[in-house]
Design a protein around this ligand. Structure first.
Ligand SMILES: [Zn+2]
Length: 242
């Protein structure tokens, strides 16, 4: 009889704290969970020894988008104390706050004026990753065609529920970073929940399918994306069924 010892490493999520926050995607106050991802040494698929923290994210319990921790610094409008009346000649919005426009015109959000925030910070990690990966796929053959741009807008709107204003600027940014899709996805895996990872696989599948068929090399490439995202192959296969 041959005995196999099955071991490996895997990310395990746990909730550090929870509460109410301003969700940029829902554009309103929502419940959140702040989760951390810890790498564990596993034996027979059971996590045994923690090897260190991989990352953390804030997850909206309504839309399931995940954000960097700084999203918790956004004011929850409804929780602002009403006893502190603003001077009559000053609107509450001008009292130490600036209005930051949100991509896709989903209104505006209030931030402390001292924060040096950009719109990009408050896209969810899923939205950032889908945008970047789709652009990397467009750039793969070295040419940017109108049909690809058209397809990008369609897929991004459908899977990220957002629109991109200046796609050519975004393409330049991705070009300058000069990262491979696998390197990039490995770096963001611990900032995403399962819903986010599945949406990324689904959107890459839609781009691959846009020329009429999906060949074996494209299927293999998408499996590599899933692996970089720390997904099981069963999870990738399920997400590919669009
Ligand atoms: Zn939300």
């Amino acid at each position: 009889m041959i005995a196999f010892i099955i071991f490996g490493v895997r990310g395990v999520r746990s909730t550090m704290n929870e509460g109410q926050f301003f969700c940029p995607q829902c554009a309103g106050p929502r419940s959140y969970k702040h989760k951390k991802v810890t790498t564990f040494f596993t034996l027979y698929f059971i996590p045994l020894i923690p090897l260190g923290r991989k990352g953390d994210y804030v997850e909206c319990q309504s839309c399931k988008n995940t954000f960097v921790q700084r999203v918790l610094e956004l004011e929850v409008e409804e929780s602002r104390p009403t006893t502190q009346a603003a001077p009559v000649d000053q609107s509450p919005a001008s009292a130490g706050r600036v209005e930051i426009p949100v991509e896709s015109g989903a209104g505006s959000i209030s931030l402390a004026a001292t924060q040096n925030a950009s719109n990009e910070d408050f896209l969810s990690e899923k939205q950032k990753a889908i945008k970047k990966l789709l652009i990397m796929m467009i750039l793969a053959d070295g040419r940017v065609e109108d049909a690809e741009i058209h397809m990008f807008h369609k897929v991004y709107r459908q899977t990220a529920d957002k629109v991109v204003g200046d796609i050519y600027r975004e393409i330049e940014l991705v070009k300058n970073e000069n990262l491979s899709p696998k390197e990039y996805l490995k770096g963001v895996a611990a900032l995403l929940n399962d819903e986010g990872k599945e949406a990324i696989i689904r959107s890459s599948m839609m781009i691959a399918a846009s020329d009429g068929d999906i060949d074996d090399s494209e299927v293999e490439m998408i499996h590599q994306f899933g692996k970089a995202l720390d997904m099981s192959s069963a999870q990738v296969k399920l997400a590919m069924q669009i």
